[in-house]
Design a protein around this ligand. Structure first.
Ligand SMILES: Nc1ncnc2c1ncn2[C@@H]1O[C@H](COP(=O)(O)OP(=O)(O)OP(=O)(O)O)[C@@H](O)[C@H]1O
Ligand SMILES: [Mg+2]
Length: 316
């Protein structure tokens, strides 16, 4: 009897629901790992508020990947800056949704406590013409954020709806690795226009990337395409291409019916730019990488434009 009660309690803590109400579903799902996480996603969706637009924000693009350390933040930072460079009249924002490991402040060279405006909204910090917000600006330096699901959702709510983002033509959102609470919360709360999936050509990264793409499919977030990062390294002495992480990205993209929108080689200058807080797009504007980020930005603008025109037609 005690054992039964302990199980019921553990279940309600884990899945935020009563075991009896979940039982028929669990029996049908035969308890596989994927099915349980799908069930959990459904349960979480129930408790979340309806998707509402962000006031003054025209479009929202997510930069994501299942895997850590593949270059999501590097991509998000350079994409946001490149969007501002190629369309200076457009207002661009960058939201660091990596609550546990925020690195946008370092990469965008922003620091200091943000101010509150007259409407009690947090003013984003501006650098390189991009409006930025990050948990790293709200929690002091080396303090670790040790939070569970609901607190992460509340933090995201604060970083999205309690920030004076508008007017913005596009908000680029950098996400943490994995397919967890942050992604679910963003996808279920915000009208996301699309996601860019960043990966390296490594088997381990590609496998997790597939999981990420499947998650977006389930959450009905359109995947714009893949960004391959660290595709290869160039040998300094002979100039030959060295495929250090393999070359399986194209095969993986084809299997998922996705396009590789842009591919970036390993470049030591890239990490130096990131560490110095001056994105490659500004630090090395004539580099191959900067040109590719401008092309990526151009493709994202085109995607947004096409989507807006299609939506306007549907409304007609
Ligand atoms: N093309 C590249 N060439 C060389 N270094 C790179 C390249 N892209 C990213 N890096 C470096 O790799 C490291 C990881 O990049 P980044 O922080 O953007 O990854 P991430 O996917 O956001 O990581 P996390 O999952 O921890 O958030 C950084 O030190 C960055 O400078
Ligand atoms: Mg990151």
């Amino acid at each position: 009897m005690n054992l039964q009660r302990t199980f019921q309690k553990a279940f309600s803590v884990l899945f935020n629901t009563n075991v009896n109400s979940a039982l028929p579903c669990l029996i049908r799902l035969k308890h596989t790992k994927e099915d349980v996480s799908e069930y959990r996603a459904k349960m979480m969706a129930r408790g979340l508020p309806e998707k509402k637009p962000l006031p003054g924000v025209k479009s929202i693009i997510l930069v994501a990947s299942g895997k850590g350390g593949v270059g999501k933040t590097t991509t998000a930072v350079n994409l946001a800056c490149a969007m501002k460079v190629i369309e200076p009249d457009k207002e661009i924002g960058l939201l660091d949704a990596d609550v546990f490991g925020p690195s946008v402040p370092l990469m965008m060279n922003i620091s200091g406590e943000p101010m509150l405006n007259d409407d009690n909204l947090i003013e984003p910090l501006l650098n390189y013409g991009v409006k930025c917000m990050s948990m790293g600006l709200l929690v002091s330096g080396e303090n670790a954020v040790v939070w569970r699901g609901l607190m992460v959702m509340q933090a995201l709510e604060r970083l999205t709806r309690h920030v004076a983002w508008g007017p913005l033509d596009c908000l680029v959102v950098d996400t943490p690795p994995g397919t967890g609470d942050t992604h679910l919360s963003l996808a279920q709360n915000l009208p996301l226009d699309g996601a860019l999936v960043v990966t390296t050509p490594q088997q381990a990264a590609l496998q997790v990337t597939k999981r990420g793409v499947n998650m977006f499919e389930k959450l009905k977030v359109p995947v714009i395409g893949m960004v391959e990062n660290m595709s290869h390294a160039i040998c300094h002495s002979c100039g030959s291409k060295n495929f250090v992480f393999g070359s399986e990205t194209k095969k993986c993209a084809d299997q998922m019916g996705l396009e590789i929108i842009e591919s970036f080689e390993v470049d030591q200058n890239m990490s130096e730019c990131i560490n110095s807080g001056k994105p490659a797009i500004y630090a090395l504007p004539d580099s191959v990488h900067a040109e590719k980020y401008r092309q990526l930005a151009n493709k994202v603008f085109k995607y947004i434009d096409t989507k807006e025109r299609m939506q306007a037609k549907i409304k007609e």
